[in-house]
Ligand binder design. Structure first.
Ligand code: ADP
Length: 906
């Protein structure tokens, strides 16, 4: 136990001396020892002792104190009414929260009120709508180990989405973790935590939950044939443990449930009684069924997060792709993007649907409008099933069911298989809808215990008690007139107050006319208030009837809720169909709005390389922010699979490379692509090493990060991979960098056979293309206009002629004489590089494969000529050669020039 979370040790030692309430608090803290226990006392959730000090500090709330027979101790509390926002702060600060509610009415007991933990709130197991992003899943993962194999399971407790996989390589597990991006990972006693990303909370969990036998029983409570569903013991253990965890955090709010200790034990013992009914599906997958994107690729292709810290949130692939109308569709689209498909038939089924919806403008718009009326069915049915839904939730379900027939009608004439299937599966659940319509009033209150929920005519008993209450009230409404007539007192009034109930009020001058059966209740300044025995009994009848009506309503509501919950699988199937439809409509909307084309998918033969043939391709994200975007082609095939791309800084190299990868990825998601035409073989895996000098992760140097990523690529890439390399080897000296870049390129070409886009400003590397059979060069055209560089962003065959760093310096306003001098120096350096024959920028033709461009810098001893014929000292020449003009800021260039000039003058 973290002593700061629970009661201090001194209290633990004195457990027997504590007051009954504090003993209860103490026991709950001991049971939920990794959480902050929020302990209901009336309208507040209180924390005491060490936990109070900590919560007061974290939440900036007042630290007070409490005194009882054992002494004085700190206390800090939050109002229950807006507990959620405080709980959110505690989660953000990295804590788990156990909510201990009073589970009996204070009036019902003579001793201390019974409390139980009704839910444990952790980042990965949230179900509260206020704490969840509506269009994204929130997963909790579990990791279990069986010999060499790691099992991995993901569950979204709010929706019931449940996945499992396993692998022996930790890297694969790490890749899957970055794909699903869980906010919490439950780990078994012997599972490693190294693949878990830093921003994911690690929760060590009771070893019993991972035990193979208990896990078997647990899974059997949920699924018919779990062993057939899951492939390995490691997966089975991860899934079983995750179910136990979900049951454990749900807490025990239900009637007749056992006390906390017994309940938690039941969870671990695989007791089916704790089952969460809305977890009905488990998808076992093999990572190789999907296009594999590791954390680096997810980031550099900007699927979900902008690459730069200051990037706009919509500057992501999901940002440009998401035109979904419902939360269901939003989550589905993210799932598709997370797991692009490999199998052409499955991909084409989506393309068919997108094509059909793209063409049918009116139908698509109508569908979009109707889908906007669809509530988050998955979370609704989750809440209904967990008995946390109110009457409004049921009405929301009903409202969604009401639009299903309209949605279905739009698909009546659908052509393609996918849409026809959706038409079939869109079950409007008329029985459920009718049940809710009959039972629940149109606009029920939020509270479920205070009546006003159940519709007239739904239940005879209820109608009867309501009639009794109504009759009673009518009798009272008429009472005033009757008594006025009987007593002759015209000013006589009947009223009601909360303390005395109903009364008859007579002003002082009329007191003489009061009949004998009037009994005095209250004396006011100018009047007296009376009751009669009959009024009293009528009143009791009304109050009794109203109370009975409220109770009956609650009972009926719970019954209806249970009846709806029993249909969980049908509601989930409907939610699934609506999610798919919304995602497809969204893809079609984007395709129509932004002029995307349908990609042609090519079958891949055996271990053949890839074909990527794109005509007029655009970067889906950059084209949205750019006034005019220049489309570019790409043409890669097995015998032409390695492109060396050159061009000055800012000419469009990395945009181009990423657009190729994103087009491939979008096509495999099932989307149309931003291009005139595209013919593609599905890619197994995309690797990226897109250099960014701000890429410092985990305290490692940029260079280390880069080499680490390169090592992964070289180890794991094959003919089915698409590899993007942008400026590799930048984190070290030029000579080293070039050597590394060359060796890597050769290896990718010769040994790996991956389809590779390789951008470099190291000009000599373009010569490499001549020596590698399947390599070719591309470059970005730029022009100089009066000394200024004009970027065309247009790709062309061949190598660029120079890096234009100096021109960029002019454009940036570096003084003319400095730029002139720089030009001289560049010319010299080029001359030196090409063996002092003045053949700057061109390749000597007599190279053969044994004579690939030299990546080392051993030409330093040959002193090159300066423009005025004098010698440049070898050290200056070496420094000049090493100067990376393409990546210097104008000011750095200036400083560097100044220093070199001084060296010359020395
Ligand atoms: P490099 O990798 O060569 O340094 P980038 O790919 O980063 O260059 O491109 C620099 C900028 O040029 C981009 O931010 C974008 O604004 C613009 N750009 C790139 N490609 C295009 C294009 N095809 N059409 C229009 N603008 C482009």
């Amino acid at each position: 136990m973290d002593p700061a979370l629970g009661p201090p040790n001194a209290m633990a030692e004195k457990r027997d001396e504590l007051t009954p309430m504090m003993a209860q608090y103490h026991d709950l803290c001991a049971r939920y020892d990794d959480a902050i226990v929020l302990f209901q006392v009336g309208d507040f959730y209180e924390t005491f002792c060490g936990a109070a000090e900590r919560t007061a500090r974290l939440l900036e709330i007042a630290l007070t104190s409490r005194e009882d027979s054992t002494g004085e101790y700190p206390m800090a509390g939050i109002p229950i009414d807006n507990a959620e926002s405080y709980i959110e702060d505690l989660l953000e600060a990295g804590y788990r929260v156990a909510v201990a509610d009073q589970v009996e009415e204070p009036g019902e007991t003579s001793g201390v009120v019974e409390r139980a933990v009704t839910r444990v709130i952790t980042p990965g197991t949230l179900t509260e709508d206020e704490l969840l992003a509506s269009d994204d899943n929130n997963f909790v993962a579990a990791l279990a180990r069986e010999n060499e194999r790691l099992g991995l399971a993901f569950l979204d407790v709010s929706t019931g989405d449940f996945y499992a996989t396993s692998a022996t390589a930790r890297e694969s597990i790490a890749d899957e973790l970055s794909r699903f991006d869980p906010s919490e990972a439950v780990v078994g006693p012997d599972a490693p935590t190294t693949p878990v990303p830093d921003d994911c909370m690690v929760t060590p969990f009771d070893a019993r939950a991972f035990d193979r036998e208990r896990v078997g029983a647990k899974l059997a409570a949920y699924f018919r044939n779990p062993d057939a569903l899951l492939a390995t013991d490691a997966e089975i253990r991860a899934c079983g443990a995750l179910l136990s965890y979900a049951e454990y955090v749900r807490g025990g709010e239900h009637e007749g449930e056992r006390g906390d200790d017994e309940r938690v034990d039941a969870v671990f013992e695989g007791d089916a009684g704790q089952r969460l009914e809305y977890i009905t599906q488990l998808t076992r997958y093999d990572p190789r069924e999907y296009l594999l994107l590791d954390a680096v690729a997810l980031r550099s292709l900007e699927l979900f997060e902008p690459r730069t810290v200051h990037g706009r949130d919509d500057a992501t692939l999901i940002g440009v792709l998401d035109e979904t109308a419902s939360a269901l569709g939003g989550r589905r689209l993210r799932d598709w993007l997370r797991r692009p498909l490999l199998e052409p038939a499955r991909i084409e089924a989506r393309h068919d649907a997108v094509a059909e919806l793209k063409a049918a403008v009116q139908q698509r718009e109508e569908l979009h409008e109707r889908l906007r009326e669809v509530y988050d069915l998955e979370r609704l049915i989750g809440r209904i099933s967990r008995e946390r839904a109110n009457a409004r939730d049921l009405r929301s379900l009903r409202d969604t069911l009401a639009v299903v027939p309209e949605i279905r009608a739009q698909l009546a004439d659908a052509d393609c298989g996918r849409l026809r299937k959706l038409h079939e599966t869109l079950d409007p659940l008329s029985d459920v809808r009718e049940l809710i319509e009959d039972a629940i009033v149109a606009e029920p209150p939020i509270e479920i215990t205070e009546g006003g929920i159940i519709a007239e005519g739904y239940d005879n008993d209820l109608d009867e008690v309501r009639a009794t209450a109504r009759d009673g009230k009518q009798w009272i409404d008429d009472l005033e007139a009757r008594e006025r007539e009987r007593t002759g007192i015209d000013s006589l009034k009947v009223g009601h107050n909360s303390v005395h109930g109903y009364y008859i009020e007579v002003t002082n001058p009329n007191l003489e006319a009061v009949p004998d059966d009037y009994q005095r209740r209250q004396t006011l300044k100018n009047s007296e208030r009376f009751v009669t025995p009959e009024l009293k009994s009528r009143e009791d009848e009304i109050v009794g009837a109203e109370q009975r009506a409220d109770d009956r309503e609650y009972e009926l509501f719970c019954e209806v809720r249970r009846e709806v919950a029993a249909e969980v699988e049908r509601v989930q199937a409907l939610a699934d169909a609506l999610a798919n439809l919304d995602a497809l409509v969204s893809l079609a909307t984007v395709a129509a709005q932004y002029d995307y084309c349908r990609p042609d998918l090519l079958e891949r033969e055996g271990r053949d390389g890839l074909e990527v043939d794109i005509e007029g391709g655009r970067h889906p994200v950059v084209e949205r922010t750019q006034e005019s975007f220049v489309p570019n082609d790409a043409n890669l095939r097995p015998e032409r699979r390695l492109a060396v791309i050159t061009g000055p800084n800012m000419s469009g190299k990395s945009t181009y490379m990423r657009q190729v990868a994103q087009i491939v990825l979008l096509a495999q998601v099932g989307s149309f692509v931003p291009a005139q035409a595209a013919r593609l073989t599905p890619v197994d895996r995309i690797f990226t090493r897109v250099g960014a000098s701000d890429d410092i992760a985990g305290g490692r140097s940029t260079f280390m990060v880069e080499m680490d990523e390169l090592a992964t690529i070289l180890r794991d890439a094959d003919e089915g991979s698409l590899v993007l390399l942008d400026e590799v080897g930048r984190g070290t000296s030029t000579a080293d960098g070039m050597a590394i870049a060359q060796a890597i390129t050769e290896h990718l070409h010769d040994a790996v056979g991956a389809t590779t886009l390789f951008a470099t400003h190291h000009h000599p590397l373009t010569e490499l293309a001549d020596d590698l059979a399947a390599a070719f060069t591309l470059h970005f055209e730029v022009d100089q206009d009066g000394g200024e560089v004009v970027f065309y962003h247009e790709i062309a065959p061949g190598a660029a002629t120079g890096s234009y760093g100096v021109e960029v310096a002019t454009a940036a306003g570096v003084p003319e004489d400095v730029v002139d001098r720089a030009r001289e120096l560049v010319a010299d350096a080029a001359a030196a590089e090409s063996g002092a024959d003045g053949n700057a920028g061109e390749r000597t033709d007599d190279t053969d494969s044994s004579d690939r461009p030299r990546a080392d810098a051993d030409g330093e001893s040959a002193a090159p000529a300066t423009a005025d014929g004098g010698d440049i000292p070898a050290d200056v020449a070496a420094e000049l050669r090493a100067l990376d003009l393409a990546h210097l800021t104008p000011v750095e260039a200036l400083t560097e020039l100044d220093r070199l000039k001084q060296l010359l003058e020395e």
